[in-house]
Design a protein around this ligand. Structure first.
Ligand code: AMP
Length: 214
């Protein structure tokens, strides 16, 4: 089973990806996570991407297309979830090309629809674990009682991403509207396309996704 999650920053793609990955043992391919890992490891790709990411701009298409091509080529039959890719029409066209080369198809294409004010609230209170990339709200961190990190088995090491700071959030939403809205149109004719009201609680969104995939 191969799935694509599309939607603005803060619409819950990462949260739903982790739920789906854990339920069906799929590969979670988040270009944002891959790029942040590259930055943490100070690789050439990471150093190139950082400037764009800190400003809330998109990393050049060629960089993310190469990353995704390499990951998809090494899956050896495991189902995958694409989270945050494609974000531009050239990326969507490149994905079609790679999928056809690898003889793979998308069984579900979900567009997470959420209004801008909800996104701004979610993103500004979002905290991310440096190790397992778990996403929670700042309230949940201060209330404690969260499960341990799935990577370290110790309490998660939460931080606020540079691009979740208020001045960058507005820019990210603007870039999304300009460059990613056309990608939604690109996929609308796909028979497996579904728009999900992603302002709902995460468990309800997950049930809708599972229902469609069944
Ligand atoms: P995300 O974690 O998906 O919100 O992505 C964080 C940042 O990584 C984005 O704001 C972009 O700077 C960069 N990024 C992630 N995925 C892509 C992509 N498909 N195309 C271009 N830039 C991306």
């Amino acid at each position: 089973m191969n799935v694509l999650f599309m939607g603005p920053p803060g619409s819950g793609k990462g949260t739903q990806s982790k739920l789906l990955r854990d339920r069906f043992d799929m590969e979670h391919l988040s270009t944002g996570d891959i790029l942040r890992e590259a930055i943490a490891q100070k690789t050439e790709v990471g150093m190139r991407a950082k400037g764009y990411m800190d400003k809330g701009e998109y990393v050049p298409d060629a960089v993310v297309i190469d990353l995704i091509r390499a990951r998809l080529s090494s899956l050896a039959g495991k189902g995958f979830i694409l989270d945050g890719f494609p974000r531009t029409v050239p990326q969507a066209q490149a994905l079609d090309q790679v999928l056809s080369e690898l003889n793979l198809q998308l069984n579900g294409v979900f567009f997470f629809d959420v209004k801008k004010d909800v996104l701004v609230n979610r993103l500004s209170s979002r905290r991310t674990c440096r190790n397992c990339n778990r996403i929670v709200s700042a309230d949940m961190v201060s209330n404690g009682k969260l499960e341990d990190c799935t990577v370290t088995s110790k309490p998660c090491n939460f931080y606020q991403r540079n691009d979740d700071l208020p001045e960058v959030i507005t820019k990210r939403i603007q870039v999304y509207q300009e460059q990613t809205t056309p990608v939604i149109d690109y996929y609308k004719s796909n028979p497996n396309f579904l728009t999900v009201d992603a302002a709902m609680p995460a468990d309800q969104v997950f049930q809708i996704i599972i229902g469609k995939l069944k």
